[in-house]
Design a protein around this ligand. Structure first.
Ligand SMILES: Cc1cc2nc3c(=O)[nH]c(=O)nc-3n(C[C@H](O)[C@H](O)[C@H](O)COP(=O)(O)OP(=O)(O)OC[C@H]3O[C@@H](n4cnc5c(N)ncnc54)[C@H](O)[C@@H]3O)c2cc1C
Length: 416
């Protein structure tokens, strides 16, 4: 079904009886050319690009729960391409460009809103670091604007400029950054992949791999065995668990990250704002709620729920830059499982098992990567060569000392 303004008006006038389900509910077939494990943003985007761009056929996406139930529907919706290392920045800028034409590409309203992302500066060394980052961004085709304190005040007058514990001395603004309605991204990619013939199979958990003589032949699932020419793993926070079923250990730890939404308020923030002297970021949804988050919980977990010390830490960060947030009531909070890699950068690569491919290590920034990750993973699956923008995202870079250590924090997941 094609969506259009005309269709919306017609349905509104005829009682909304003509809408059709957005994707089918197929039974799993005994065999596919490509099986993607994980129906999150990355798995679905991979299926979309495989079918639409690389013209691959006979593809299934296996999702153990429901579409949109993982991190793709749990994140704080921020998209940006403001990375400091060339290994990352070109890839994230490609993702930004794909976001910019996503709705036309999918014929789906994903509420792409380029309202800007502002990183606050509180010290001179931080300004130097942001100037360097801005240069990398511009060299990779992204946009970056350095603001002084007056510029930040004009951009976001309701921040605390007068008696902050960490005075705001400037900011790095990416005007093209912003937010995208997270679950609409999952639904849009699912709809597009389905329309191209991809079987999206929900409530189907991969429970093991069929590996013979170093080659993957298929997967065992909660709905029976499925043969596959290639198997692509894109399970985000469950990466270590799923790859352990293939006998492989990853340079990844799983941690919980929480998100929070306040009651609806009048327009208060022009875009996304991040605190530079602590871990806090905030934007305002179209419904008026402040959507915010901060650091990961400090222990490994596969539970999609968080703990109270981080709630306190996040709220302190909020109070430091906008004390009026203390008067807003918190409406909702939830957690998701993050696949934190040991250098803070992702992995899109083949594995040493022939036919088994891996996509993961997205840390708490994988939503913004969704389109480029899907495109690059589809490219790898279809051509067996890495996409130009993803050549640095190798699995063996930790053994070879080729880390993409964006923040120079090394193997400290809580600092990425
Ligand atoms: C609170 C929070 C805030 C965040 N904020 C941002 C942000 O503002 N910006 C940003 O860029 N990123 C953000 N992220 C990170 C981002 O959401 C993730 O990096 C990204 O969504 C991960 O990729 P995905 O969408 O494919 O993951 P998921 O949606 O988690 O998809 C993985 C899927 O695999 C399925 N699965 C797992 N095991 C199996 C199995 N054995 N068989 C079948 N299926 C399986 C899961 O059920 C899941 O649906 C945030 C994350 C959280 C939790």
């Amino acid at each position: 079904m094609k969506y259009s303004g005309f269709k919306v008006i017609k349905e509104a006038l005829t009682g909304h009886k003509g809408w059709k389900p957005v994707w089918r509910k197929p039974e799993p077939k005994p065999a596919y050319d490509i099986v993607i494990i994980g129906g999150g943003g990355h798995g679905l985007a991979t299926a979309h690009y495989l079918a639409k761009k690389y013209k691959q056929k006979n593809i299934a996406v296996l999702e153990k729960g429901w579409i949109g139930g993982g991190n793709v529907g749990r994140n704080t919706t921020i998209v940006r391409s403001n990375y400091g290392l060339h290994g990352n920045e070109g890839f994230y800028e490609l993702s930004m460009q794909l976001w910019e034409r996503l709705e036309q590409d999918l014929n789906y309203n994903a509420m792409v809103s380029q309202r800007g992302v502002l990183n606050l500066i509180h010290s001179d060394p931080q300004r130097d670091a942001f100037v360097r980052r801005a240069n990398t961004m511009i060299m990779n085709g992204a946009d970056a604007v350095l603001l002084d304190a007056k510029g930040v005040r004009e951009h976001s007058p309701l921040l605390n400029f007068d008696n902050g514990r960490f005075p705001i001395t400037g900011g790095l603004l990416q005007p093209r950054g912003g937010t995208v309605r997270h679950d609409a991204v999952a639904w849009g990619y699912a709809r597009s992949a389905d329309s191209a013939g991809v079987d999206i199979i929900e409530n189907c958990e991969a429970t093991g791999f069929d590996i013979q003589a170093g080659t993957v032949m298929g997967v065992q699932t909660s709905r029976g065995p499925i043969k596959a020419g290639k198997v692509a793993v894109a399970v985000a926070g469950n990466s270590s668990r799923v790859m352990a079923m293939a006998g492989r250990r990853l340079p990844i730890e799983s941690h919980v990250l929480q998100a929070f939404v306040s009651e609806g308020l009048k327009p208060l923030l022009p875009g996304v704002i991040t605190f530079g002297a602590g871990h806090f970021y905030v934007s305002q949804s179209d419904k008026g709620g402040l959507v915010f988050g901060g650091d990961i919980d400090g222990y490994n977990s596969y539970a999609q729920r968080g703990n109270l010390p981080v709630v306190e830490d996040v709220c302190e960060g909020g109070m430091a830059i906008m004390p009026m947030i203390g008067k807003a009531r918190m409406l909702r909070m939830w957690g998701g499982i993050m696949d934190m890699s040991m250098d803070g950068s992702p992995i899109i690569d083949r594995t040493d098992i022939s036919g088994l491919y891996f996509n993961g290590g997205w840390c708490y920034g994988g939503f913004k990567a969704t389109p480029a990750s899907g495109l690059a993973f589809a490219h790898l699956l279809a051509t067996d060569t890495p996409h130009d923008t993803a050549t640095a995202f190798t699995l063996d870079r930790f053994e070879r000392g080729l880390m993409i250590d964006e923040k120079g924090q090394g193997a400290q997941p809580n600092l990425h």
